[in-house]
Design a protein around this ligand. Structure first.
Ligand code: FES
Ligand code: FES
Length: 172
């Protein structure tokens, strides 16, 4: 079997960067990015929720932009930089700390996607207000918290980021 493709078997090599590491894997052309991350790479932080693009549990960053990995094929992100919650840096750690303080995570299923969405928001708007936070999290469903604590944590993280000097963080 060729190292690059096995199109007769519906497989393709996908080469991309995941959390700063170069990855090159043969996988079915129909493999979702979510399954590529979870099954092929063993990165289980991104969650299966609805699997149809409605809940945000599977959100990852692709070239820094939130993307629903359940409705993205692995082959679509060929050559791009993917970041999952396993690749969290100082910016995400600050958001997670705010979630801990505000008890904004219960079962935690929604949390990785929300943290990555907030990380992207603060990268563009460090002092994001409530409206901006609500919009950024508009596609992230939480079945546990009722959102009040998530908003409180997000607000706290925003205020913290606005009052702290920018950190180096990831180059993705
Ligand atoms: S699992 Fe992807 S949006 Fe719900
Ligand atoms: S904490 Fe359980 S789904 Fe959000």
């Amino acid at each position: 079997m060729s190292d690059s493709t096995n199109e007769a078997a519906g497989e393709r090599v996908v080469a991309l960067t995941v959390n700063g590491d170069s990855v090159r894997r043969l996988c079915p052309s129909s493999r979702t990015l979510l399954d590529f991350l979870r099954v092929d790479l063993g990165l289980n932080g991104s969650k299966h929720g609805c699997d149809v693009g409605d809940c945000g549990a599977c959100t990852v960053l692709v070239d820094g932009i939130p993307r629903l990995s359940c409705i993205t094929l692995a082959v679509e992100v060929e050559g791009l930089a993917v970041r999952t919650i396993e690749g969290a840096g100082p910016d995400e750690a600050r958001i997670v700390a705010a979630f801990d303080e505000h008890v904004a995570s219960q079962c935690g299923y929604c949390t990785p996607g929300i943290v990555l969405c907030l990380s992207h928001l603060y990268s563009e708007d460090p002092a994001a207000d409530d409206e901006a936070i609500r919009q950024a999290l508009g596609s992230n469903i939480c079945r546990c918290t009722g959102y009040t604590k998530i908003l409180a944590a997000a607000r706290a993280a925003s205020q913290r980021e606005a009052s702290q000097p920018a950190q180096g963080g990831s180059d993705e």
